[in-house]
Design a protein around this ligand. Structure first.
Ligand SMILES: Cc1cc2nc3c(=O)[nH]c(=O)nc-3n(C[C@H](O)[C@H](O)[C@H](O)COP(=O)(O)OP(=O)(O)OC[C@H]3O[C@@H](n4cnc5c(N)ncnc54)[C@H](O)[C@@H]3O)c2cc1C
Length: 393
C-alpha cells in the first residue's frame, strides 16, 4: 500500500486531479526519467508541451487571464505527483508559478494582460533570476544594475543558479534601480527580461553557462552575465521602481508550499521503489521486508511522508482562505526538505549495494532530494523566519 493514496480531507475533484496526474506521470515521465538523468539530459520539450496543454502551468491563476482558477491544494497535488516520477519534471511549473504569481499580485493591468495568458498556457516559459554570486539568502543584497535609458532598461551584472534560463522566453530578474535608497530593500525592482530560448543566449550582452550539479539533472541551472542587455521599460513590474523586494516576498508562501509538495513527491517516489524492492529481495531465505528492522524502517518513512504531506496540504488550505501562512509554509518547506533527505537515504539503504548503483532508482531520488534544504530559502533561513514569527509579540 502506498500512503500517496491518502485522500483524507480531499474533495472528489482533488482525488481526480491526483489520479489523472499520476497516470500522466507513470505513462510519460517514469519510463524516461532514469535514462535522461544518467545522461544529464534535459526534459524533452515535447513533454513540456504536453504539460502545458494539460494546463499544469496556469492551475492557480485567474480564468480572466487564462488560468484555471483552481486552489493551492490542487497545485500542491500536481507538483507532488510529477515530482514523484522525477523532480525535474515537477519543477518545470515552479518557474511559471513564481513569475505569474508576481505578475498577478503586482503587475499593472496592462502587464497582466500581456504576460499571464502566455505564462498560463506555457507559450511563455519563464526562469527566475534572483540569486547572484555574492547574494543568495540575502536576496536584497544584489548588485545587478538596471539603468533606464528612454524606453529601455540597460542591465549589467551577474546572476547565478538561474534554472532553465536556456529554455526561457523571459527571465524574471531582481535588479538594482535605486542604488541611493537609504534602505537596501528599497533599491530593488523586478524586471521581466525577454530573451530567445536556446543554449546560445545573446553574447556579449547576455552570456550564460550551465553549472555542473550532482542532481536535478533534467533542468540545467545557469550562471548569467548581463553586459548592456536591454529590456523594455514597460516590463518593470508594477511600473514603479524600488518595490521589487516586497513584490518578491509576496510569492514566498506559494513557492514554499510548491517546494514542500515537490519534496513529498520525491520522498514518495523513493519509498514506493524501496517498498517494492523490500518485498522482492530475499536474503536468508525470505523477503527482506520480513525482517522487523526493515519493516519498521518502511513504517517510519511512510509516517514521515504523511506528516510532511499533511503539513503541506494544511499550508495550502490556509493560503486558500487568504490567511497569512508564512509560518506554516516555512514549516512545511523546512520539514519536508529534511524528511525527503532522510527518506531517500533510507530507501537507498534498503536497496543495499544496489542503492549505490546508477542502474537502480534509489540514488536519483537521494541526489535530487538534497537540493530541497538549499533552494527556495535554505533550511536555516526557514528556521529564522519560523523563530521570528514564534517570538513576535
Ligand atoms: C539546483 C539549484 C537550483 C536553483 N535554482 C535557482 C533559480 O532558478 N533561481 C534563483 O534565483 N536561484 C536558484 N537557486 C539558488 C538558491 O536559491 C540559493 O543557492 C539559496 O538561496 C542559497 O543562497 P547561496 O547559495 O548564496 O547560499 P548563502 O546564502 O551564501 O548561504 C550559505 C550558508 O549560510 C547559511 N546562511 C545564510 N544566511 C544565514 C542567516 N541569516 N542565518 C543563518 N544561516 C544563514 C545558509 O543557510 C547556508 O547554509 C538554485 C540553487 C540550486 C542549488
Amino acid at each position: 500500500m502506498s500512503t500517496a493514496n491518502a485522500s483524507a480531507g480531499m474533495s472528489d475533484e482533488h482525488v481526480q486531479i491526483r489520479e489523472s496526474v499520476r497516470d500522466f506521470a507513470n505513462r510519460e515521465v517514469v519510463p524516461i526519467a532514469a535514462e535522461l538523468d544518467n545522461k544529464g539530459a534535459e526534459i524533452p520539450m515535447a513533454l513540456v508541451k504536453k504539460m502545458s496543454e494539460l494546463g499544469y502551468f496556469g492551475l492557480i491563476f485567474s480564468p480572466e487571464y487564462g488560468g484555471s482558477g483552481l486552489d493551492t491544494l490542487s497545485m500542491a497535488i500536481v507538483a507532488e505527483e510529477l515530482s514523484r516520477a522525477w523532480l525535474s519534471v515537477g519543477s518545470v511549473m515552479t518557474r511559471m508559478i513564481i513569475t505569474a504569481s508576481l505578475v498577478q499580485a503586482n503587475g499593472t493591468e496592462e502587464q497582466k494582460r500581456k504576460w499571464l495568458p502566455g505564462l498560463c498556457t506555457g507559450e511563455i516559459l519563464a526562469a527566475a533570476a534572483f540569486t547572484e554570486p555574492d547574494a543568495g539568502s540575502d536576496s536584497a543584497g544584489i548588485k545587478c544594475r538596471a539603468v533606464r535609458r528612454g524606453d529601455v532598461y540597460e542591465v549589467r551584472g551577474e546572476k547565478t543558479w538561474c534554472t532553465w534560463a536556456n529554455q526561457a522566453h523571459v527571465l524574471c530578474t531582481t535588479v538594482v534601480t535605486n542604488p541611493e535608497a537609504p534602505k537596501k530593500h528599497n533599491r530593488l525592482s523586478l524586471l521581466l527580461i525577454p530573451k530567445t530560448p536556446g543554449d546560445a543566449f545573446h553574447p556579449p550582452q547576455l552570456a550564460g553557462s550551465p553549472i555542473p550539479t550532482i542532481g536535478y539533472k533534467g533542468m540545467h541551472s545557469y550562471s548569467l552575465q548581463f553586459d548592456g542587455y536591454t529590456a523594455p521599460a514597460e516590463n518593470l513590474l508594477g511600473g514603479v521602481e524600488g518595490k521589487g523586494f516586497y513584490q518578491l516576498m509576496s510569492t514566498y508562501e506559494i513557492a514554499r508550499i510548491q517546494t514542500a509538495a515537490r519534496a513529498v513527491g520525491v520522498a514518495q517516489g523513493a519509498f514506493d521503489a524501496a517498498l517494492k524492492y523490500a518485498q522482492e529481495r530475499t536474503q536468508f531465505g525470505k523477503p527482506i521486508a520480513d525482517f522487523q528492522v526493515i519493516g519498521h524502517k518502511l513504517a517510519h518513512m511512510a509516517t514521515q511522508i504523511e506528516a510532511g504531506r499533511q503539513l503541506t496540504y494544511h499550508s495550502a488550505r490556509m493560503k486558500d482562505t487568504g490567511k497569512r501562512c508564512d509560518l506554516e509554509a516555512g514549516m512545511a518547506k523546512a520539514f519536508c526538505a529534511e524528511m525527503a533527505e532522510h527518506v531517500t537515504s533510507e530507501a537507498m539503504q534498503i536497496f543495499g549495494g544496489y542503492g549505490y548503483s546508477r542502474e537502480f532508482p534509489a540514488q536519483r531520488f537521494w541526489r535530487d532530494a538534497r537540493v530541497f534544504k538549499i533552494f527556495e530559502g535554505t533550511s536555516e533561513i526557514q528556521y529564522e523566519v519560523i523563530a521570528k514569527r514564534l517570538l513576535e509579540t
